[in-house]
Write a protein that binds this ligand. Structure first.
Ligand code: NAG
Ligand code: NAG
Length: 299
């Protein structure tokens, strides 16, 4: 029997989407949901006061380990000669057990700020592990607001491979390739650039705050209206928010500073106070970042 090709295409796209949602979503963020138990007991009071704990950016140490024989970039330059040549920083959240040495080894031209969320003895850490990577992203911006480099790249901690790196759509799902391929002048012109191009999941209408049908798996969507009022301090809540998923993006210093420091402090306060699970509060930010950095709700 002949099947209309449009039907086949639609079925394929829907199947892929379902597959990705059901099978892969739980793996999308490496940080596990380790909410501090003492914080849980405090949650109803909603009066957490955050004391900043981060320190100056660590100096790049790993570039010294780069051997000149093996590490040569596309232009034939030795990576060790590139150390610190980009006026930019890679901001990352990691668990203690995760190996992020690849950042300094393969992207030595960037500064990096890698926060360990579950070890307060680490060089950079957050006092609370909440809201997945968003706590780290906001903490970096808040603590470095007046000394930001020109470009900020927010990345996840695992480097590459499938399926763990599925949300990185550079060749080999490799974040090193993703950063290397980034056009820095475009980041400066655009202000915000999502590192993912593939539409699914997220586009074109993942979050619909006024959707009539209640679906249990759409908790971040249900949380969006309240969160919007607090985060953006207005009631102009869009009917649709759509952006390629996964919270890996680059922004310019100017775009970050288009908002006052107090805005970012307020966002983090929401994260500290919310009783939503990490999975949900992290996902709320996942669909807010592009709006925070000046883009339309549907990107
Ligand atoms: C926490 O970080 C410190 C400093 O990097 C390290 O010495 C210590 O072993 C880490 N703790 C755990 C439990 O891994
Ligand atoms: C929120 O918006 C109101 C009304 O526009 C304004 O008066 C208030 O200062 C804003 N609050 C913050 C924290 O920006």
């Amino acid at each position: 029997m002949r099947v209309p090709s449009r039907f086949t295409t639609v079925t394929f796209v829907i199947s892929m989407w379902l597959l990705i949602r059901m099978k892969l979503h739980p793996n999308r963020v490496q940080l596990s949901s380790q909410t501090n138990p003492s914080l849980l007991s405090m949650a109803p009071q909603l009066t957490t006061t955050y004391v900043t704990v981060s320190q100056d950016l660590p100096t790049i140490t790993s570039s010294a380990e780069v051997t000149q024989e093996t590490q040569i970039d596309g232009d034939g330059k030795h990576l060790s000669d590139l150390a610190g040549t980009v006026d930019g920083v890679i901001v990352m959240a990691k668990l203690q057990k995760e190996d992020t040495n690849w950042v300094g080894e393969h992207l030595p031209e960037w500064k990096n700020a890698i926060y360990t969320v579950d070890n307060t003895s680490a060089p950079l850490y957050t006092s609370v592990n909440k809201g997945k990577e968003s706590m780290v992203y906001l903490t970096y911006i808040i603590d470095n607001y007046f000394t930001l480099p020109e470009t900020l790249v927010f990345l996840h901690s695992h480097r590459d491979g499938y399926p763990t790196g599925w949300h990185t759509d550079a060749p080999e799902y490799d974040n090193v390739n993703s950063v290397r391929m980034l056009k820095l002048d475009f980041v400066q012109r655009s202000g915000y650039v999502n590192l993912r191009c593939i539409w699914i999941p997220g586009c074109p209408d993942e979050i619909q705050p006024y959707r009539e049908q209640y679906e249990e798996h759409r908790e971040p969507e249900h949380a969006t209206r309240d969160a919007w009022r607090y985060i953006f301090n207005n009631t102009d809540i869009p009917s649709t928010i759509g952006v390629a998923c996964c919270s890996q993006f680059a922004v310019s210093r100017d775009q970050v500073r288009a908002r006052p420091l107090e805005d970012y402090q307020r966002y983090r306060q929401w994260l500290l106070d919310t009783e939503l699970s990490d999975e949900v509060s992290g996902r709320v930010f996942e669909y807010f970042w592009h709006i925070i950095f000046g883009k339309e709700s549907v990107q």
